[in-house]
Design a protein around this ligand. Structure first.
Ligand SMILES: Cc1cc2nc3c(=O)[nH]c(=O)nc-3n(C[C@H](O)[C@H](O)[C@H](O)COP(=O)(O)O)c2cc1C
Length: 362
């Protein structure tokens, strides 16, 4: 098991409607004042990262969406320690714009920006904004070139690159970002193409929520492939956290979220994301095995089962760490209150269990 402490990130609610497709009451807001305060609460609570979302249109909730890079910068300006991961979608962004924008933000924020390269799952969004909807594996091939170009621009002078999607000739970015060798690059998915990219070019791999066994299978596959490529990659797993003083309370909240789900939106979202994955050669993807209940949380966060008392959740997190997980990406119903509760009640227990395990191993 890693000797490093497991890290925590939270989803930035920069789109409306929260992280569940449900009509349950949510005391979470997508506005900037709410989010600045949340970022301050989170860094105080022990969260190291915040992950912003990029969406150009509404779809299955998310009626309003703030843009991810500018929003991330605002959160960095409101905090002193937190790293904010800005989501970027190749297509609308090209690598030179992303490299320049993020290098500037990195310099303005003492080296605290990171990036999540997303590959797209929503055909309607691409059509609405006049972007070509590439085949599943082509989307990942483009993301791979995007990441190679970002790294090249950030680390080399006279960068020259000849890809199928991007080309550079003797390009020198000045100034380079503050972080060396470059800001961290995250990338997400669950399909073979997503895992292959992680095992060759990304610093971090994000995946949807899953059981410990399901996560272990992905981690083992990625780490074996990365080793063959002489590359190392860390793994972050999504989880929707419902921590309450008793397990009954936590389970009742889950039941209420699902009972109040909007069936039309959940089914339409399920149709969309399953189609996106089914178009891969392996006919799989992030949501291949997701049930109706799973899909009520956009990224299968209930499956990770961080639902119960602080002790139950802490034990589960340490189990995930034992199979190779480096970071928990968490979502909450009422973000501000629950991030604070997590920092106060769950995180200290995780640190205790980690220390005990390490002492035992030694
Ligand atoms: C943690 C995480 C965050 C993501 N954030 C976004 C996002 O902000 N915008 C977006 O369009 N897609 C986002 N995605 C979708 C992925 O980039 C990818 O398109 C999707 O997971 C399909 O994966 P598949 O290849 O396994 O089917 C995210 C995925 C994960 C796991």
């Amino acid at each position: 098991m890693s000797t490093e402490n497991i890290k925590f990130a939270y989803w930035v609610p920069n789109v409306s409607g929260g992280l569940v497709v449900s009509n349950i009451e949510q005391r979470t807001s997508w506005d900037i004042d709410y989010n600045r305060k949340l970022a301050q609460i989170a860094e105080k609570a022990g969260f190291e990262y915040a992950l912003s979302q990029i969406r150009f249109t509404a779809g299955y909730g998310a009626e309003f969406q703030h843009e991810s890079v500018s929003f991330s910068h605002a959160l960095l300006a409101a905090t002193t320690k937190l790293k904010v991961i800005a989501a970027i979608l190749p297509g609308p962004w090209n690598p030179v714009l992303a490299a320049k924008q993020l290098a500037t933000i990195d310099l303005l924020t003492e080296g605290r920006v990171a990036v999540n390269i997303v590959s797209g799952w929503f055909r309607g969004e691409f059509t609405a904004i006049g972007e070509h909807w590439l085949d599943h594996d082509e989307r990942y091939r483009r993301s791979k070139e995007f990441i190679e170009a970002l790294k090249g621009i950030w680390t080399q002078d006279n960068f020259t690159y000849r890809g199928d999607f991007y080309r550079f000739s003797n390009y020198t970015l000045k100034p380079k970002p503050l972080q060396q060798p470059h800001p961290e690059i995250f990338q997400g998915g669950s399909s073979r193409a997503a895992r292959d990219n992680a095992a060759s070019v990304s610093d971090w791999y994000f995946t949807n929520g899953n059981t410990v066994e399901g996560i272990k299978a992905q981690v083992d596959d990625i780490r074996a492939k990365a080793a063959a490529n002489n590359h190392s990659v860390k793994v972050g797993v999504n989880a929707f956290v419902i921590a309450r003083d008793t397990e009954e309370e936590a389970r009742a909240v889950l039941k209420e979220i699902i009972d109040k789900a909007n069936p039309e939106a959940v089914n339409a979202f399920g149709h969309e994301v399953k189609n996106a994955g089914a178009a891969s050669p392996e006919k799989e993807g992030n949501w291949a095995k997701s049930t109706f209940e799973d899909l009520v949380q956009y990224n299968d966060g209930f499956k990770t089962n961080l639902i119960g008392t602080p002790q139950q959740i802490a034990e589960r997190i340490v189990e995930l760490k034992a199979v190779g997980v480096d970071l928990i990406l968490s979502g909450f119903l009422h973000f501000q209150e629950e991030v604070a509760y997590f920092g106060e009640k769950v995180l200290p227990l995780v640190r205790e269990l980690e220390a005990k395990k390490l002492a035992k191993a030694a």
